[in-house]
Design a protein around this ligand. Structure first.
Ligand code: NAD
Length: 418
């Protein structure tokens, strides 16, 4: 493939490293380094009275394990190659999550904030009209990603249902709770990250989270729920941060109060107690567990020596650079990687899909307990693999990707693809 984006190159490098560590045959790399199907579409929408054509994609990477599954991104700079990288990562993430899905990803090159609500609705419906014959509850099941949300899923599920002439709730996930969605979805990713912290701490340090000092960097959809559930599990949340700054209180932060203040004022620094520091200072406080839940490239070669935590659980995607990970691994710090730690959202999507296929509704508690069961089991599988291949420089990220590839390899062998 000529002219690959940096993101796609990095993704293929990660894949290649795991193929080598796991001792897989080259044919596995040949399959997983390219998508099974790439679809590009043009979507005309009337914007401010005149027609504009938007470019959209759906990359269906691999479906050895089940229907393709992955989000739809609305972003002005998204490229087809980035979408290919994201679809590859979904194949690995879904395999690792132990759910019966392959991987895909979709995108539209658009700044959703620049459109009026009716234009955004028309664009969302147009995407479905352009792609409906390639998606479906047992073909490819999209969900939200950056720039899309449950309302957009509601328009999309409505458009798909109108085209096929019947209600099909299972074709999109992360729909509003009032339209075939599930209330757990709102906090599923953050809940999952907290569960991973609990399991990692138990396996590495032989204890529960009671009194364990935790710092959470980023206080958006993922970070606030990580802090909430970690504190419910007994942890002492000593630092939280968003773009406005860090709140540091060695005596512990009242997370629910902080959530209330952020929802009212938009800034964690309006929390009344504790010291107010710069946004990145949450990374350097004297915490046992650090959970980066903001953006990519947060822990880098230039600041990693200031990180004191002995366990890092990645809520965000790509918060630790490879150089920083190498440094931390040498120092004995364990990182629970994003692909494992932040999979709560996609596992919740799977549960919602199972509900939709049977037209049943589970209670919030029942759903959460199913989610917790899957997450705990996933941690164990990766941790066991990590123990098995433990060699100098091998990380839990390597173990996670090897675990993901082995499941796909087995399915491809059984199907006779290799
Ligand atoms: P969000 O926009 O809701 O929240 C991001 C938070 O990070 C905000 O509090 C923001 O103020 C803070 N932030 C941004 N830059 C910062 C900086 N330099 N220093 C300190 N804080 C900073 O986003 P989100 O949905 O919570 O996603 C966060 C990360 O988790 C992203 O990497 C995303 O890809 C990943 N993720 C999200 C989900 C999900 O279900 N939302 C699932 C998997 C992965």
């Amino acid at each position: 493939m000529p002219m690959q984006s940096i993101f796609l190159q990095d993704t293929l490098r990660i894949l290649k490293r795991a193929i080598e560590i796991g001792g897989f045959d080259k044919i596995i790399y040949d399959y997983l380094s390219r998508p099974m199907r790439v679809i590009a579409v043009s979507i005309p929408v009337k914007v401010n009275g005149s027609v504009e054509i938007f470019e959209g994609y759906r990359v269906q990477h691999n479906n050895a394990l089940g229907p393709f599954k992955g989000g739809i991104r609305f972003h002005p700079e998204v490229t087809l190659e980035d979408d290919m990288a994201l679809a590859t990562l979904m194949t690995l993430k879904n395999s690792l999550a132990g759910i019966p899905y392959g991987g895909s990803k979709g995108a539209i090159r658009v700044d959703p904030k620049a459109l009026k609500t009716n234009e955004l609705e028309e664009l969302s419906r147009g995407y479905v009209r352009a792609l409906y014959s390639f998606i479906g509850p047992d073909i490819d099941i999209p969900a939200p990603d950056v720039g899309t949300n449950p309302q957009i899923m509601a328009w999309m599920v409505d458009e798909y249902s109108k085209i096929v002439g019947k209600n099909v709730p299972g074709v999109f996930t992360a729909k509003p709770a009032e339209l075939w969605g599930n209330p757990v979805r709102e906090y599923a990713t953050g809940f999952g990250v907290a569960i991973m912290a609990r399991e990692a701490w138990k396996n590495l340090f032989n204890g529960d989270l009671n009194g364990v000092k935790v710092a959470v960097h980023g206080f958006g959809n993922v970070g606030k729920w990580v802090a909430y559930w970690a504190s419910k599990m007994g942890a002492k949340v000593i630092a939280i941060a968003d773009i406005s700054g860090t709140v540091y209180d060695p005596n512990g932060i009242d997370v629910e109060k902080a959530m209330e203040i952020v929802s009212k004022t938009g800034k964690v620094v309006n929390y009344p107690n504790g010291q107010k520091l710069s946004p990145e200072d949450a990374l350097y406080v004297n915490a046992d567990v650090l959970m980066p839940c903001a953006i990519e490239d947060t822990i880098r070669a230039d600041n990693v020596s200031r990180v004191k935590a002995k366990l890092i659980v990645e809520g965000a995607n790509g918060p630790t650079t490879p150089e920083a990970e190498e440094y931390l691994t040498k120092r004995g710090v364990v990182i629970v990687p994003d692909i494992l730690a932040n999979a709560g959202g996609v596992i919740m999507s799977y549960l919602e899909w199972v509900e939709n296929l049977q037209w049943v509704t589970w209670s919030e508690e029942e759903t959460r307990s199913k989610l917790e069961g899957i997450l705990t089991n996933n941690f164990k599988r990766v941790f066991d693999e990590y123990g098995k291949i433990k060699r100098e420089g091998i990380t839990m990220r390597d173990a996670a990707i090897v675990t993901a590839i082995s499941r796909i390899e087995k399915a491809m062998k059984l199907r006779g693809w290799i």
